[in-house]
Structures are given as C-alpha cells and as structure tokens.
Design a protein around this ligand. Sequence first.
Ligand SMILES: O=C(O)CCC(=O)C(=O)O
Length: 435
Amino acid sequence: MEIEDKFYTCEEVPRLSFQDAKAMQLIADEKPVVLTHAHICEPALKWDLKYLLEHIGDAEHVVFASCSNVFKYYDDQKIKFCPQFERPTEKLAMTFKEFYQRFNNWKPGEKKLYLQQSLSSTVGPKVAADFVSFNWLWLTNLQKLVNWGALTSNLLLIAAKGGLTPVHYDEQQNLFCQLIGQKKVTLFSPEHHNRLYPHPVYHPHDRQSQVDLSKPNFSLYPGLRHLHGHEAIVGPGDVLYIPIYWWHQVESLNTHPYTVSLNFWYKAPPADNISYPLLPRQEVVIMRNIEKMIVDVFKEPSQVDHFFQSLTLGRYTVQGADVPATLSASLMNPELFSKEHLNDQKREEPSKDSDKLVGVQARGARKKKIVGKNSSANVRGEGSAHAKDGTNSTCSCHETSNPVVENGSPSCTCCSSCSSSPSLCKNYSHASQSS
Ligand SMILES: O=C(O)CCC(=O)C(=O)O
C-alpha cells in the first residue's frame, strides 16, 4: 500500500507470518519484511525497565546523551581525520541502575538518553536464561537457508518516545525484534544510495546520510526528489528484517513512554561467484573499498576529493575525451558540459535523464549513472580545468591546480563547494546540518 504524507513515495513493508514461504523468499531476495508471530525472542517481551533493572546485572552500559531527540551515530576512531568534528551526542558508560534513575526521572531541559548495549555474558542469570530460550532452532535454520554468516551481536536498544536514529545503513543483515512500545522504521534500498548522500567513509559519520529527512534540502541534495521508501511500524513481537546495506531510519513512537528493541546482526553471506550486472549493494561495497584505499594511500582525507576529480575530469566528463564509443550519447551531450550550462545549473537538480538512471541495472545504463554523478559534480561548478578568465590559477589554501573562480579570486573545490558538499569542506562542522 502507498503511504502518502511524505516528500518521497513510500510503500508499506509487507507483514507476513514467519511460516509464510513468501516471507522466506523476501529474506532470500534481501527485501524487508515484518515477520509476525515469529516467537523468536518471546521471553524478552517482558524486558521492561523494571525487569531489566532487577535482572540485567551490574556491568556498565553504553548510553548516548543528546540535547535533542536525534541520536546520530559516529565512529570515535575516525574523529582524528576530522578535527573540527563535533560529537552530536555524548557517549556515556553507566550501570543499568544509573541509567534507570536518569531515564525515569528525566526532566525538560535535561539531555535525552538512549541505551545501546550489546548483550554480553555480564547479564544476570534470569536474562541469560531468557536469552538461551530464544527460538535458536528457527534462527539457525534461517541463517543456513539464506546463507548468512555468523551472528555477531545482539544490540539492546532502550529509547524514550520520540527518540530518532537518523537514516544510515549497516554492513550486516539485521533481524530487528521489537519488544516494548512501537517504532516507525523507514527503509530505502541500496539503489537509492547516491540519493541519500552518504558521508565519506573516513568521516566519523561514515554510513550515515548527510540528509535530514525531516528538512529535505532539494537544492543541496537534488536526488532526494527521486527517493522511494518502505515503511514499517513495528510493535511488541514483530520482527523486521532489515537487509544489509539498506538505509534505515528508526523513530520511537509516542504510543508508549519508551521503547525496547533487540537486534540480531549477522555477517553478510560469503562473497561467492560474482555475476553481472552487479547488485546495487555490491556497487556500494566497491565504492567503499576504493574510497578506503585512496584514504589509506594519501593518509589525508582532504586529498580524496581532489584525487577523484583528477581521475575523472577530462577523461570521462569532457566532450571529445578518448572514451569508448559505447558510452552513452548523453555523456557526450555537449549541452551538459557547456560553460553556460554549468553556470546556469549551479547546484540545481541534475537533468531527469541522468538522475533517473541511478540504480538501473543494465550495463549501458550504469555508464549513464556515472554521468549522473559527474554531471552533478559539474553543475556545481566544480572542476573546471581553467579559471573562467582562461588563466590557470592555484588556490592558495588547497594548492589545487583545478580551481573555480568565485568573486574574481580562485579557490579550490574544497573551499568553494562547502555548501554543496559540506562533508568535504574543512569547515564541515559549520556547514553541516544538525539532524
Ligand atoms: O532502533 C534504533 O534506534 C536503531 C536500530 C538500528 O539502526 C539497527 O538495528 O540497525
């Protein structure tokens, strides 16, 4: 069924009994589905705050504290690459008892808390017994059937109503079990990867979208106009399958004062024989690996943007470049690359033709997809090999020989494009939106 109150088109995730063969087929096809009556972790349906307070044990738990309802994940290890990065939440360690007291007695003006802790052997005997009596037989059968790798962790999530985990993707298969309260989960397939403008892989917000879905900025992120989502509302006993590399945003609804969920993260299936055309999620893996390699080689993330531009501009994006004749006509469309077009279209929506091709599987179409990316780089006015006055200039700040001229003085793409590519800008934290 179509859901209509959003800026993107959206359909409901099917709800099917866990015994329904169609549900298994959806999982095998890496499509989201809500499994009903699955009884996967039924003993955990009683894990409310009081029960956990009594039985979860005295170990410390990871708790994020936020000034708003938004809890955007960041990777501490990557902050060294982005010294200006400001943590959007504070990461705390506290016993469940401390968490319970602060969470239960929360007052307006105080930071909101979100507990996100992997279950470990520190849980008390009752919680351990509940865990042991999960439906492991069914879980193991499913794992074998769909050829998933090992179960890596079970993340326990306790949020207040309104708590929001913004749109991101994970590199694992996820069986997301809702225990207490309701959550709204919005999903986007990996075909929409480029339309969600992920942060660079070296960035602390790797795997997170730069986009705030509640305040879509279409001039900055024009691909948003072509998003198509899937939505599921999950309540106690529901199990949502979140396929690997699918983008998802999770919101705790106001129907209960708080929510408790438990996920099951499984490693990806082993990479077997690759067949062509590649799946959209395989393209994402390739992009990530290339990006990681480049960062590793340069040791300096600010070089990555320049490197990718040097690699592509003039070779794949300029009319007359020595590219195979099979490249699509639109790649060679002089209009796309004329100076007038570049200036007129600065940070406007890429042409429908180029954008709608994102995610199209056919080999030829994928080449068009490259055009989509590069043309959007070009319409931002980046990457002209020469300054507008025809001279070759160098940006004093970034020392690139590939400057754009803004207000008569040359500046590199990093400086000139922070509003269109915030995460590539040294002043990132000023340019970024709070989501
Ligand atoms: O429930 C949430 O807030 C986030 C959960 C999530 O993103 C996940 O399990 O992958």
